[in-house]
Structure formats: structure tokens, C-alpha cells
Design a protein around this ligand. Sequence first.
Ligand code: MG
Length: 389
Amino acid sequence: MNVLPINHSRAGPSGDLSKLACVIEISHGRRHQEAPPSYRSEYQRDRDRIIHSSAFRRLEYKTQVFANHEGDMFRTRLTHSLEVAQVARTIARALSVNEDLTEAIALAHDLGHAPFGHAGQEALNKCMRTHGGFEHNYQSLRVVDELENRYPQFKGLNLLFETREGILKHCSRTRAASLGPVGKRILEGRAPSLEAQIVNLADEIAYNHHDIDDGLRAGLLTSEILMENRIYQNAYSSVLKSHPDSNEQVLKHATLREMLSCFVNDLIESSISRYQAHQTPGGVLDPKLNIVTFSDSLNTEHTALKKLLFDNLYRHPKVAQNNTLAQEVIQQLFNHYIEHPENISDPDLPSTFESDLELSTYIADYIAGMTDRFAVSKFNQLFSPRRMV
Ligand code: MG
């Protein structure tokens, strides 16, 4: 099998690593020094801190596309994050990069998401318009750097630089400039580590596939619509040919599995050939090179699939209707708490706020941290009798 060149001095618990993998010997470390863990790698420690965080547990009750109350079978932000981690680890292992780091970034990548999925993010962004907007990637970094409050020695989780840089993914230049070294990559226009590049695409692979699955389950997508996409069509025909007697339910699962493998395998093989053409750290970090990416032909189908989902699922009237309700909840909660921050039950509630920016950021942090059902319950308490679901 074709693999990335190995640097044998980098043998680790997961085997030999590529010379461009992130390894602890060249890490930029943690913001607060700590003794190394006894039985785990530093990157495993990051992953474990993320899993034990409050923000991670709250992902269980945050919408991916379909709201929690619509059914127990739909993906949530939590199951989405687990699926991203699973896809990302497969790719990281095949490319001989740091699997533990990849997993940590994947599990943390959506920690900053507001309740109610994309609609909640848009609503909070509007509320924060005069204060630089709300950006969920930047918020994910705030969660692990500032908002988790569980260690006596420091605020946040004190994660490694490479984990934090991978979580940030992108943000405005103004915010990047305020972040010190971890924002430098964005200001300099450099690509992130291979591990972070893998998570970015594993995220897309995971949500395309589970959104199709959930969309079919909800009856908003049909196999006729999906057959317009060549990859779906090929996968379905191939599965049907091998298993003509399977029922529709099994065919659907097999088709999605086939598609997922097609995307993951293409990404691995295409990334290996691009990497081999640009075997220098400068080459890998050049944003124009896109080392971790699909082949050109799959990329075309990937773009077509995203458009198909956008037109038929994300903009479906049923999804849009929930979005309108979600936006109203976020907007009203924000307006209320700006006037009455004392109504927030927080033992660390500041007695005064130095500026509008400080107050708005505090309220946005509070609302972004809410689960869907907590936001709805606060909305009902405050604005009863206009009760939501
Ligand atoms: Mg995601």
C-alpha cells in the first residue's frame, strides 16, 4: 500500500509517524506548564480533557440539523462530533500522522456551536454584529481556553498549542490578531497542520453522509432526489447489483457506507500523491496546495452533493420553519439578558461590566453554551405564556 514517508525516529504508540506529523518534541506546548502525564501521550490528555468538559456533554442536546425534540434517531452535535472523530482517525492513521491530536481536534471542533444549529449561530451573529459578530470556531477556542472552569491552576483546559490551533480553524483577522501565537497562522495565511486539515474534511464527509441519512429518515430527501448525484447513483447501483434482494432500508445503509468509503479512500489516496509532490514543511503549509483534499473529479461531485443538500434539505420549508423559531428564541434571550444580566444564575457573574463589549460577550458566551432545551425552557420562563415546544 502507498503510504507517506516515515520518520523512524518518531515511532509512537500508534506506530511510525510521518516526518510532517505533529509530535510532542516539536510542540509549542501549553500556556501553563504541567508535568507530563504518566501513562498517556500529551495529545491523549487533551482528548480526555475535552471528553470530560461540560461543553462536550452539552453537545448531546444541541441541534445538528434536526432539532432534538423531532426524534431520538437524528444526529446531534455530539454524535456528529463522534462520527467526525471516527472518520478523521481512519484518515490520520492511513497518512501516518498524529491520530491522538486528530481525534482531540475532531472532538472539540464544535464545542463553541450555539444551540439550534446553523440558525442559532446566525441569530447570535446578528446579536453580536456591533461587537465583531459571533464565530463558532473562535467560540470553540474560547471554550477550551477561557470558559471551561474546572482546574484550580488555570482557566480553560490548558490544551496544547497544536490542538488549539486546529480547533480555531478560521476567524476574522481582528480576532486572530488578539489571540497571540495561536492566531498567527491566520494572519500569515498559512494552512493548518495535516491533522487539522484532516479534521476539516472529515467534518464535511461526516455531515454530508449523516445529513443524507437523517434527511431520508425525516422524509425531506428521497432516493429520487439523491440519484441526481453521480456518487450516490454509482454507490446505489453497485450495492443493488451485489445484493438485489435486500430491502430498501438495508440498501440505504449500504449505499451510504459505500459512499463514505469512496470519499475517505479518495481523500487518503489523493492526499498521499499531493504530499509526495510537496515533501517540505513549507510545501505542506502552503494554503494554495491543499495537501489534504479530494481528487479533482471527486471534488466536483462533492461540490454538487453539497449543493443538492443545500437546495433540498437545509433550505427545506420544514427546516426553515424551525430556524425561524430558533432565531426568535436566541434574539429575545439576548435582548433580555443585555437588560437584565442579573437574571443569569452564575456564581461568577461579574458585579459590573466595564463596557458594552464585555457585557455582550458575557451574554453571548452564556447563550452559546445553552443546549436547545435549556434555551427553550429559559424562553418559556421569561416570555410565558408564549410557549414553544
Ligand atoms: Mg462539525
